[in-house]
Write a protein that binds this ligand. Structure first.
Ligand code: UVW
Length: 342
């Protein structure tokens, strides 16, 4: 399609700016120049894994829809392939085979949100009837399928457009900038709007440029890890900074800064506990702004403590980030094992 899917686009959105069929949004700003800038940050050849173990948080405390991963053997007939001796069927064989599968909520732990994760009711046709749309005007039912449209529900994929595989094919590698909010605010819950974020950037001597991936350490994931699979909701609700998605100045800064992604170590990046203001039309205003309006992917529950401490010890805050999601066609979110190289 060479025509936009809309007659009017949401105010403050960039729909169409990367082309009518674009499925990458602000990830388009991560090109060769960003990779080379990232590579320049690799000075000592040290790497950090930025993933939690994927069975953390544990239980369903953070989001009751999302279950911890369940591993099981692959099976053929009555044979279950864990420590399975092939001699069972061919006595001369000495091979022993283990082979498994997993049932996994794709956004249970360290993850990326694809651009198909959060859309909105929006009248893109300008006919007075809002439709369910996603970034760049992609439509529910047509581009993100409904359950009833799945021919094989067990094996179907939902996002015919904007699925997480687009980010995997891109590679999600480039320069990232760490903002260590724990160093500024400690481990408690702090609401971070524009003024607070700007003060933190200044205090931490952080400079952010177009195309950079913004990485926020709040302390939440490390607190979760310390809870060893038994998350304590009362403690967690007062742990770690959250972005204030209702702060228009913050949203404007995200638009104007040219950042290509926001990756945080907390759940949801933004404040999920706020009272809805009268007339407010989004429970997730930061998701709405980033995923729906700008095509700017969000990442959650990353583990950043070790990297943050190492960078601090060198008075640094930039690094090469390599964080492709799974190349799982049509998936809406994905676990990720991000690697920081410094
Ligand atoms: C929600 O559904 C709240 O999603 P996320 O994990 O992106 O915050």
């Amino acid at each position: 399609m060479n025509q936009p899917r809309w007659k009017q686009r949401p105010e403050g959105s960039n729909w169409g700016d990367f082309g009518p069929d674009d499925q990458l949004g602000r990830v388009n700003l991560i090109g060769p120049e960003q990779v080379l800038k990232g590579v320049k940050e690799v000075l000592e050849g040290v790497t950090f894994c930025l993933s939690l173990p994927l069975d953390i948080p544990g239980g369903k405390v953070l989001n009751p829809r999302r279950s911890p991963p369940k591993l099981s053997p692959t099976a053929l007939g009555d044979d279950q392939y864990i420590n399975f001796p092939l001699a069972t069927h061919s006595p001369e064989l000495q091979d022993v085979i283990s082979d498994d599968q997993v049932q996994l909520s794709l956004q249970y732990s360290t993850q990326w949100d694809s651009l198909a994760h959060v859309g909105a009711l929006f009248d893109g046709d300008n006919d007075g009837q809002p439709e369910r749309r996603y970034y760049n005007g992609y439509l529910a039912d047509q581009d993100v399928l409904n359950l009833s449209q799945q021919p094989h529900q067990q094996h179907g994929s939902y996002a015919q457009r904007l699925g997480v595989e687009n980010m995997a094919v891109h590679g999600m590698q480039g320069r990232a900038v760490l903002v260590d909010l724990v160093r500024v605010f400690g481990m408690g819950r702090t609401l971070v709007g524009h003024a607070v974020l700007m003060a933190a950037l200044e205090q931490l001597n952080v400079v952010i440029e177009r195309g950079d991936m913004l990485v926020l350490r709040t302390g939440f994931a490390e607190a979760l890890l310390d809870m060893q699979g038994k998350p304590q909701p009362d403690v967690l609700k007062n742990t770690g900074a959250v972005l204030d998605g209702s702060d228009q100045a913050l949203l404007k800064w995200i638009t104007e800064s040219g950042i290509s992604a926001i990756c945080a170590d907390n759940y949801a990046v933004e404040n999920m506990d706020r009272e809805l203001e009268p007339g407010c039309c989004s429970k997730l205003p930061l998701h709405h702004h980033c995923l729906f309006k700008l095509g700017l992917p969000l990442a959650e529950l990353w583990y950043l403590k070790d990297l943050a401490q190492w960078l601090h010890s060198r008075e640094r805050n930039r690094f090469l980030l390599t964080a492709p999601p799974l190349r799982l066609p049509g998936a809406i979110g994905s676990p990720v094992t991000p690697v920081a190289s410094v």
